[in-house]
Unconditional design. Structure first.
Ligand code: GAF
Length: 380
């Protein structure tokens, strides 16, 4: 949908509202190369934006109402309009909660008003590629753009996080919205969540004969939210016991009760792996990041326990077929894995993963190579 996603949203807007939108804004999904479950521990992450995006065609309204429609496979779904003044957490369910949550937060910030919004997009949903954050970020840029406000991207990321935490009710960190807002073409974004420091690190796997293959398992297990929140609370407890502000500051796991040790171990070692990966990328030693990706997966599987059998099979089968490393990405319990694959082995890896899925009786995974793409912005 990439080159035409903006047109699809704008055309549907014209059909619904009888006039062209005032503008179209879009935001990408993301792949996190490494640095998982470190964001809410004040740690390091290293995402890049994928070419898949969500577009929001928008025009202002004077009556404090937000109307929402989405275009999916040519079908337009019109949602119940929401009145800004009546928005409260829990008042809106389903996909509308994401844009509504953003409007709710912006209103508290004194920006953004009523608007007609029409959404189109091609970020695979429920695949751990941040489709909901891309919708939230595109909505935020649209509402801000309509109102003429121009806050910093890190403020927008914090507001989107607030919408996600307080309105949608998911206790997520800052990784996904910052990735969507701040990633740039041909780079990974090295983000220190504590300080907010960002560094764009060139990432051209193709120049090294490599590809980042995304393997969407197409499963999303229940417990996602509670499993995520439980890990997050475990990390906070561990930091408390250790007497540090967050696990970012933990030097080791000594002194922790048995059940909290693996959580701390994951966060400590994962932050180290991010730093090492950045160093290797800067030295153009791309192939050597493979083992770090695999170590990240093992840590998420064994210590943090957020993997699942489909993700484990995906990572294992990819490596067996020649990937230099593979890992689950995102929150876990389903969604996607990535594999670092020598270009000439791409087909073999895809076949190996597909066969392993079939042998386990799983549905077919969706696979595509992802290249670092542009972050969020105004299209029209
Ligand atoms: C999800 C969350 F939204 C992120 O904030 C991050 O914690 C990630 O899981 C795990 O690294 O994508």
């Amino acid at each position: 949908m990439n080159s035409t996603g903006s047109n699809i949203a704008a055309d549907a807007f014209r059909r619904l509202h009888g006039a062209a939108p005032a503008g179209v804004w879009s935001a990408p999904g993301r792949v996190n190369l490494i640095g998982e479950h470190t964001d809410y521990n004040d740690g390091f992450v290293l995402p890049f934006a994928i070419p898949h995006r969500t577009w929001v065609a928008a025009s202002p309204r004077e009556d404090g109402v937000i109307t929402l429609a989405s275009v999916q496979d040519g079908q337009v779904e019109v949602a119940e309009p929401v009145r800004l003044a009546e928005l409260e957490p829990g008042t809106v369910q389903g996909w509308v909660a994401y844009p509504a949550g953003v409007a709710w937060v912006l209103r508290q910030q004194g920006v953004g008003g009523g608007a007609d919004l029409v959404v189109a997009g091609d970020v695979p949903r429920g695949a751990g590629l941040s489709s909901s954050h891309s919708l939230e970020v595109a909505t935020a840029l649209a509402l801000l753009g309509l109102s003429g406000a121009d806050p910093s991207r890190s403020d927008i990321a914090k507001w989107v996080q607030q919408a996600e935490n307080d309105f949608v009710g998911a206790p997520t960190g800052l990784l996904d919205q910052t990735a969507s807002l701040c990633c740039t073409d041909a780079h990974v974004l090295f983000l220190d969540v504590r300080s907010g420091r960002q560094e764009q690190v060139p990432f051209d796997a193709g120049a090294h004969g490599l590809e980042v293959l995304v393997i969407d398992t197409r499963v999303s297990h229940s417990l996602v939210e509670s499993g995520y929140g439980e890990r997050r609370r475990g990390c906070e407890r561990a930091a408390d016991v250790l007497g540090v502000a967050s696990l970012r500051d933990a030097a080791g796991e000594e002194g922790l009760p048995d059940e909290l040790r693996p959580l701390a171990r994951h966060v400590i070692t994962e932050n180290e792996r991010v730093l090492k990966t950045v160093e290797l990328l800067k030295q153009e030693r791309y192939a050597e990041i493979g083992p770090l990706l695999s170590a990240s997966h093992a840590s998420l599987r064994d210590d943090y326990r957020v993997s699942c059998v489909e993700l484990d099979v995906a990572a294992e089968a990819a490596e067996k077929a020649g990937a230099l490393g593979a890992r689950m990405i995102g929150g876990g319990f389903g969604g996607s894995a990535i594999a670092l694959v020598p270009r000439e082995l791409r087909e073999r890896v895809e076949t190996g993963v597909a066969e392993a899925f079939a042998a386990h009786g799983f549905g077919s995974p969706r696979m595509f190579a992802a290249v670092p793409s542009a972050g969020a912005g105004r299209d029209v």
